[in-house]
Write a protein that binds this ligand. Structure first.
Ligand code: CBF
Length: 833
């Protein structure tokens, strides 16, 4: 019925085969017919016998069919035009649920709802059925997902490359308040959104040795690998927002080259017979559950090389026109390195050009330096990946040789500029000598990249001043900033339909693709009718969240509370501990009799956070939060005015419910530690006020929304540095601040651990004697800011006015704007007309 799109060189003659694919007719009746067709013919069931999963699959397939014509057309046009495009290389894509996003992008939501209703099916029930693909840890992976959405919405030719982890970010459960990780088998019922392309598999080699050989009088090097695996791609549609464009996300899955040794199997050694298969498939088995510190070693390097090598070969083999002149590659592609995880792509690209395509080294290096750009997402020194030379050389011997040569030539250039300044040379070398000889991947990316960017103004400045200071001196023209952004489609339109409706009623719907237009809302902050409607939306979002939390986790949330939310990965630098101290101080004030319960502003504090499984202190803090919650929530002296809720397994789906309901957004990292943050942007856009430090993108949020609509506290980054240089002694703050002392003493006393003082002792000792992220130094200022929050919340009209201004003034944080900045400052890839 849809016809077939046939490339120009087809030998088919049938008119149907030559007709382009067309989208199905856009009507509820046609949708019903397609949905039932898919149920019957793809799933093999009748409607009456179908399971929720059958219906969800049939719906997803129907939606896919509507997008298919556009996708095939975009694939064709991107290949035909050969215009410059982006290959976004990212080890993580934290996609969230796909159904709603694709319905919205395709403009199909109303039709689908009507069509399903006429079959007696609730669209909402099917929405709940979807298991989100959690193929990322946190901010970095979610950013990649926002970026591919914006790339498609802006019509930029691009492809996202990554890994199809069989198990995504672990599913968090709590047992007696402590985190227990369960595997995330998101694929157990299959995924209706993916298209396996085994015929496009790439062979990815590892190990072995290198050798030189004579190639018609030229001595060349080559790699003689020891083993290999197959990288099988799975394609996902990435539809632009109602613009008829569909880009591609291509995720690689590892499969053994020789899955099965029949001879060994027949001899009865079943385990040995499938050893190769198990070994190979491990590569894409599981997402490393860490966020800011490298933990996994060999397997993680295998994963990184596996996906970038497959992606580079895929691009060169399948995306370039026949006979493409490789010296023109810089006009055809930019590989964006999303943090250091894909940086091994640089030596791989060089290897392909020099060893396989037989290009001269200098020519290949000149091309490579224009084809890569690097985004750094951190400031924590321990998060800058390094690979021991031993390991890298064993797994990728030719790549190590290439890295050595890149380094040698780079250091020659450094010497030529600065003379024999040994200190500088050691500091800038891509190879670190201590504690073990290793490759500094951030340095390799900086040397190879055409541009290096940080992800918020402050972060980019600190990168230039501190983390990569010598490189900034050497290549000042490389450094730039692109402040992160979030997609307004998912995080405002879909997550907060009521607020979206209100905004659209007030200013039209242009904001969906031009978020700066939210500015037009500013005058509405002065309109009492609009404020009332805005307040009603917030209240409705809170009710909706309460229902979700009741159904999901059995929590009962009181009405009329200030909803104070801290959701993000658990890391000491993010300082969930500071929030805990605030809760404990409030509790202690009441139970000690100093503060009458009636004077406490009713608050519900919501935490959401996963800790990397090997990060002991983070897991202790999770335990403490749960322990404090269970004591505080059940103490009648609080009169129900303070509640702590910690729903397990915070994910994108829960974020979409929590963020629109929040009154207060906690962005309280130690200044100079959070590269950007993106949760901070989502909250502000949904009308939560931020309590935050001058860190990451908070700085830009505060500048935009105005000091009077933001609760600033804490040391600035220079003050943090000065304090550290002077020698920070946390115990002095403990001694000097009675409130802080009382809170810490209460935790130390065993009040939250049934009298057992040992349970949280490591947390207390850490705070008193180390406190790397200066929680105690910022405590007093934080408590004072929270008092300002309480006062402000008491005046609901003024609070709502500030909330509206937060929405109106944060249009800058659209990922569409981030992508435009990447295009202007880094990629130079115009949209495809
Ligand atoms: O840039 C996106 C995000 O990346 C991180 O999550 C990361 O993994 N390095 C940072 O911690 C965030 O600050 C940042 O927003």
């Amino acid at each position: 019925r849809y016809g077939r799109d046939v490339p120009e060189n087809t030998s088919a003659t049938h008119p149907l085969a030559l007709a382009p694919v067309t989208a199905p007719e856009s009507s509820a009746d046609a949708f019903v017919a397609d949905f039932l067709h898919s149920l019957n013919f793809d799933r093999g069931v009748a409607l009456s016998a179908s399971s929720a999963n059958d219906r969800y699959f049939a719906l997803a397939h129907t939606v896919r069919d509507y997008l298919m014509a556009r996708w095939l057309e975009d694939l064709r046009r991107q290949k035909q035009s050969q215009s410059k495009g982006v290959c976004y290389l990212s080890a993580e894509y934290l996609l969230g649920r796909q159904l709603d996003n694709n319905l919205l992008a395709g403009g199909l939501a109303d039709i689908a709802e009507e069509a399903l209703a006429s079959c007696g099916i609730s669209l909402d029930d099917l929405r709940q059925h979807e298991v989100e693909p959690g193929l990322g840890n946190g901010g970095l992976g979610r950013l990649a997902a926002c970026f591919i959405d914006s790339l498609a919405t802006l019509g930029v030719p691009s492809i996202g490359y990554g890994i199809r982890y069989e198990y995504g970010i672990f599913r968090q459960t709590f047992v007696e308040g402590q985190q227990v990780e369960q595997p995330d088998s998101w694929l157990s019922l299959g995924s209706p959104w993916e298209f396996a392309r085994p015929e496009d598999a790439q062979t990815i080699a590892f190990g072995g040795r290198t050798e030189t050989y004579d190639d018609e009088g030229v001595t060349r090097s080559r790699w003689v690998p020891g083993w290999n695996v197959q990288a099988v791609p799975y394609n996902y549609m990435v539809p632009g927002f109602q613009n008829g464009r569909v880009n591609t996300l291509r995720l690689w899955s590892a499969v053994a080259t020789n899955a099965f040794d029949l001879r060994i199997f027949n001899s009865g050694d079943y385990e040995e017979a499938v050893r190769a298969q198990t070994f190979a498939e491990n590569i894409s088995k599981v997402l490393y559950p860490e966020d800011s510190t490298p933990q996994g070693k060999e397997l993680r390097l295998q994963q990184q090389y596996f996906f970038v090598a497959a992606s580079i070969h895929d691009f060169l083999d399948n995306m370039l026109a026949e006979g493409f002149d490789l010296s023109a590659l810089p006009d055809r592609v930019i590989f964006q390195l999303n943090d250091t995880h894909p940086v091994i792509a640089v030596p791989e690209f060089m290897r392909v050009l020099v060893d396989e395509k037989k290009m001269e080294w200098d020519a290949a290096w000149a091309i490579t330096r224009q084809c890569f750009a690097y985004t750094c997402h951190t400031l924590l020194p321990e998060a800058l990946e390094v690979w021991p030379v031993d390991l890298l050389g064993r797994l990728l011997p030719r790549h190590l040789e290439i890295i050595y040569r890149i380094n040698e030539e780079f250091l020659d250039a450094v010497r030529a500029r600065y003379g024999d300044d040994e200190m500088r040379i050691r500091n800038m070398s891509i190879i670190a000598e201590h504690p073990v000889r290793s490759v500094r991947m951030a340095y390799l990316a900086t040397v190879a990249g055409a541009r290096v960017n940080g992800v918020a103004e402050l972060h980019s400045q600190l990168l230039r001043d501190k983390v990569l200071g010598d490189f900034d001196d050497f290549f000042p023209e490389k450094f730039t900033n692109v402040t992160n952004g979030v997609t307004p489609r998912r995080f405002l339109r879909l997550a907060n339909p009521e607020l979206s409706g209100l905004i659209t009623e007030a200013i039209g719907d242009g904001w969906l693709t031009d978020l700066e237009r939210l500015r037009e809302l500013e005058p509405f902050a002065e309109d009492s009718g609009f404020r009332a409607a805005f307040g009603e939306v917030k209240a409705a979002n809170k009710r909706r969240l309460h229902e979700v939390l009741r159904a999901r986790d059995g929590f009962e949330v009181s009405d009329g509370h200030l909803l104070d939310v801290m959701v993000k990965r658990l890391h000491e630098y993010k300082r969930q501990m500071l929030k805990v101290l605030h809760v404990v101080s409030t509790y202690e004030g009441v139970v000690s009799g100093r503060v009458p319960a009636a004077e406490v502003q009713p608050r519900t504090v919501i935490f959401g956070a996963k800790a990397a499984p090997g990060y002991t202190m983070a897991k202790r803090i999770i335990h403490l939060i749960n322990a404090v919650g269970s004591v505080v929530n059940s103490d009648p002296r609080l009169d129900g005015r303070l509640t702590v809720i910690f729903p397990p397994n915070y994910d994108v789906t829960l974020a979409e419910r929590v963020i629109p309901a929040a009154d207060l957004s906690e962005q309280i990292s130690l200044a100079g530690k959070e590269a950007s943050g993106t949760g901070n942007m989502k909250f502000a856009l949904n009308g939560a006020l931020t309590i935050g430090t001058d860190d990451g993108a908070n700085v830009e949020i505060r500048e935009l929304v105005g000091d009077e609509n933001f609760f600033l506290f804490g040391m600035s980054e220079p003050e943090v540095s000065e304090s550290a240089a002077r020698g920070y002694r946390p115990s002095e703050f403990y001694q000097e601040d009675a409130g802080l002392r009382a809170a810490i003493d209460l935790i130390a006393s065993g009040a939250f651990s049934r009298g057992d003082r040992s349970v949280f002792e490591p947390i207390v000792s850490n705070l008193l004697y180390e406190d790397r992220f200066m929680v105690l130094a910022d405590y007093a200022s934080y408590i004072a800011a929270q008092e300002r929050v309480d006062d402000a919340y008491a005046d609901q009209e003024a609070w709502t006015r500030s909330a509206i201004l937060n929405v109106a003034r944060t249009g800058f944080f659209s990922s569409d704007r981030s992508i435009r900045d990447y295009i202007d400052r880094i990629w130079h890839t115009p949209p495809l007309a």
